[in-house]
Design a protein around this ligand. Sequence first.
Ligand SMILES: C[S@@+](CC[C@H](N)C(=O)[O-])C[C@H]1O[C@@H](n2cnc3c(N)ncnc32)[C@H](O)[C@@H]1O
Length: 241
Amino acid sequence: MVRVALLADEFRPDVRDDLARRLGIPVAIEGSAYAAAIGAGRDGAPEIVVGDGSRIRVELATRRRSGDSPLLRATGVGRGVHTIFDATAGLGRDAAELLAAGCAVVLCEREPWLAGLLELALQRAGLEGRCRVIRADAIEVMRSREEPRPDAVFLDPMYAPSGKRALPKAPAQALRELCERTPTSESDLLDAARRFAVRRVVVKRHPSAEPLAGERPPNVLRSKSVRFDIYPPLHGDAEPA
Ligand SMILES: C[S@@+](CC[C@H](N)C(=O)[O-])C[C@H]1O[C@@H](n2cnc3c(N)ncnc32)[C@H](O)[C@@H]1O
């Protein structure tokens, strides 16, 4: 079922049809029959319009570097990690922080319309030299070995509705409602990531959540609202995480 549509009256007809095709979504006169709609911001860039009318922007360019943030420390940026595979890219907020720190990031997102918004954000940010978006299931991509192996794989999968989230804020809640698919197998995701990463796998969790697939990590980095579980890779040339 298509859950997202493009709002016809917010775009010029030529832009609207091209955008609908790029995102793989229908054009709607009004969005009430859909879980969310794509509207135009003041600058014409697409925005996700959710049920309560609030708008979410997918942006990969950030104003400032976040210095020594828990995400950068957990992923090992500045300590040998330069290339990162963000397997569950979502709205690209974590990726934007990694890009601002100078990393090369591959974003993988299986919701085609969301991957399309990330591609447009990437073009606006002018970061194509060190960032790409893949529209696919990350488990298949990591297992296929068609992509170069990254220093680190970053995972921030959805939680089951009854569980806790790593990002308990409105955009994350909206995202969960919009990305209703068969839940990703936690054990397949973690296993594929650990066989794909060269140096480490980092999983973002709510501080009180169970570890992904029930697998206790050897290293944990905690901050007030988030926990990062750090796993070594599963291959012969593993380095300590
Ligand atoms: C919690 S969100 C990630 C939020 C992201 N870290 C951010 O900063 O915006 C999880 C995302 O992972 C995507 N996802 C879940 N399983 C996936 C898979 N197997 N392959 C690719 N994307 C997946 C969902 O569609 C969703 O957009």
